[in-house]
Write a protein that binds this ligand. Structure first.
Ligand code: HEM
Length: 166
């Protein structure tokens, strides 16, 4: 059911991206809408293939890292998952007429999206931690090599500025 509606879900997804100049520029700089429509369709069918193992999780992490590298802000990434969830629920509501069937499927979709978002947030927070560690290491190194006084203490001293070393 989801697979046969994948083109519609994917079109709705990229319809939203195309309306946002910032996102469109990211897409055009790194790939193309046509290519990404195919990768998103694969992504959706894997989501419903029913096989969640270590390889699946690793692939999802890699996808999150790819988005991190292209500079996609987490707010856009998470909003996009919201858009994807809306389309999936629309398809389910049209096809699952018994309320109990719809509720069960909708819960499964919500869990899935939540899980994907967790992987994305993890990847972004790992990146933030590692760049913080890096900048602290640089600060430490610079601080220990330099015995110069910081600029603000020179300003407060009221001494004239020495431009040459002589
Ligand atoms: C629900 C959210 C999203 C999902 C599930 C998703 C899914 C994917 C997948 C499966 C790929 C292919 C990764 C690979 O090469 O293995 C991809 C790549 C890409 N996505 Fe997304 N995406 C999402 C949100 C977005 C958004 C909001 C943008 C907006 C700019 C975006 C832009 C891109 C770009 C430019 C690439 C290509 C990166 C490259 O090849 O270097 N994605 N996405």
């Amino acid at each position: 059911m989801i697979k046969s509606n994948a083109p519609r879900i994917v079109d709705a997804f990229y319809g939203v991206i195309e309306q946002n100049q910032e996102l469109l520029e990211i897409v055009e700089k790194n790939s193309s809408i046509e290519k990404l429509k195919r990768t998103l369709a694969d992504f959706i069918s894997e989501m419903f293939a029913g096989k969640i193992d270590e390889q699946f999780v690793e692939k999802r992490r890699k996808i999150a890292e790819i988005h991190l590298k292209i500079g996609l802000e987490p707010k856009w990434y998470l909003l996009a998952f919201g858009q994807l969830q809306d389309s999936l629920l629309e398809v389910l509501s049209e096809n699952l007429l018994l309320p109990e069937d719809f509720t069960r499927a909708a819960k499964a979709v919500a869990k899935f999206i939540n899980f994907e978002q967790q992987l994305v947030l993890e990847a972004y927070s790992e990146q933030e931690k590692s760049s913080r560690r890096q900048s602290e290491a640089i600060k430490k190194r610079c601080g220990s090599k330099s015995n110069r006084q910081p600029l603000h203490s020179w300003i407060l001293s009221g001494r004239p500025m020495r431009l040459s070393r002589k």
